[in-house]
Design a protein around this ligand. Structure first.
Ligand SMILES: [Zn+2]
Length: 424
């Protein structure tokens, strides 16, 4: 009979490899599908999308997929290195020998794990920005700005992350068998606090936010928000063009601190009516309670996660099955926390299509709301411009889109916004 520890090792390895195989297989399908359709603009877009833009989108999509394949391979290697190959265990032993048991060692373990784990994603991020985004004309960042972002991001992560990490570790160590419920409460409170603090204190560290001054756009947007019964603290323009040519608009904060943020790139690319429609779509996410649903879902999932961690952290096979040795003389809480963080994405990878599907349903609902409150044709033309400017492919592989896409493919969205396209 296999021991629980051995069973966990095997299940983890199988899930990890199965996840890798599916990721590579889907990426390959998507690349081939996009490549096969690169010369032919789909009929529904024939009048609006040029052959050149369509080919560019294909090239860009495939370049990003190639990076995704490297990323999948690196992820898998890193996960194996931390767990079954003993990387995390070695780090933990080294820090125990150096610092001795205690909160300092626990926090050092979390910090060292985060720093080492950041190296591969940094390299991939650098490649993405200065190779791929630059090659397709999207990148606006200098090396200097990229480094400044990196330093600021690390500083913010430390200032924000260290206290909550220390609080969770302290609860794990001293709040008794129900610690995970307390830790969950602390984690939720922390997330809500971040929602409030982010727009006012953190986002301005990275971007400039200025009140919207374009009177035409402002008047239209305010009329739209009044029509929809939506109160926001302000309308802001963000200098998204500092970093990228990609365009966007979003809501941030909640309660009385809600604000609407437009990327300057979006205001430049869209006509006032199209901006209205895009904003109405975003309002739709509020009015159809998608934001609330997502928040509740996140609360529920993290409760389940903490409960599971509460149980697993008391089982020695949980550690040994993932390549670590729990110490008898010191607390193993940080070790358990990290192993759980490594295990969770592997265990839940095959659930991602469910979340993607929920998200796509929400997008359709927000589109429908935008058609009622603004103009479906304007939304369609805005989406087309954004698809083109972002070089998003119009011809995704259907299976790939089902698995990953948080937004429905362009053809499906436009088909609903413009009844009977291409039949005229
Ligand atoms: Zn949306």
């Amino acid at each position: 009979m296999a021991s629980p520890s051995m069973t966990l090792s095997i299940a983890f390895a199988v899930l990890l490899l199965a996840g890798l195989v599916v990721r590579l297989w889907l990426a390959n399908r998507q690349a081939r599908h996009v490549w096969r359709h690169r010369e032919q603009v789909p009929a529904a877009f024939a009048g609006t999308v040029s052959a050149e833009a369509h080919r560019k989108a294909a090239g860009y999509t495939i370049a990003r997929l190639r990076l995704g394949i490297v990323e999948a391979a690196v992820d898998t290697a890193v996960l194996l290195g931390w767990t079954l190959l003993g990387g995390l265990d070695a780090l933990n032993q080294a820090l125990l020998a150096w610092l001795g048991p205690g909160m300092t060692q626990q926090l050092a373990l979390l910090g060292a794990f985060a720093l080492i784990g950041a190296v591969p994603s940094l390299l991939l991020g650098w490649w993405s920005t200065f190779r791929i985004e630059a090659r397709f004309g999207f990148n606006r960042m200098s090396m200097r700005l990229w480094l400044a972002d990196l330093l600021k991001g690390t500083a913010v992560a430390t200032v924000v992350g260290l206290p909550i990490a220390a609080l969770v570790l302290w609860l794990m160590g001293s709040a008794g068998p129900w610690w995970w419920l307390w830790a969950w409460g602390a984690w939720m409170g922390f997330n809500l606090l971040l929602l409030v603090l982010y727009p006012t204190f953190i986002a301005p560290l990275f971007n400039k936010f200025e009140p919207l001054t374009d009177e035409t756009v402002k008047a239209r947007v305010q009329a739209l928000m009044q029509r929809c019964g939506f109160a926001a603290k302000g309308l802001f323009v963000m200098d998204g063009s500092r970093r990228s040519a990609h365009a966007n608009a979003y809501f941030t904060g909640f309660g009385a601190a809600k604000r609407v943020v437009f990327f300057d790139t979006l205001l430049r690319q869209l006509e006032p009516g199209e901006i209205d429609a895009v904003l109405a779509h975003e309002l739709g996410h509020f009015k159809r309670r998608h934001i609330l649903q997502r928040l509740v879902l996140m609360f529920a999932l993290s409760l389940a996660g903490f409960a599971l961690l509460g149980w697993l952290s008391g089982q020695s096979w949980f550690f040994t099955g993932l390549g670590a040795t729990p110490s008898l003389a010191a607390s193993n809480d940080a070790l358990a926390l990290i192993l759980f963080l490594l295990l969770a994405p592997v265990a839940t990878f095959f659930l991602s299509p469910l979340l993607a599907q929920l998200s796509r349903r929400h997008e359709f609902e927000a589109d429908a709301y935008a058609s009622e409150q603004a103009n479906g044709h304007e939304l369609a033309s805005a989406l087309l411009k954004l698809y083109q400017d972002n070089a998003s492919t119009l011809t995704p592989d259907p299976l790939y889109a089902r698995f990953y896409y948080s937004h429905p493919p362009a053809s499906e969205r436009l088909a609903r916004l413009l009844p009977s396209p291409g039949t005229a």
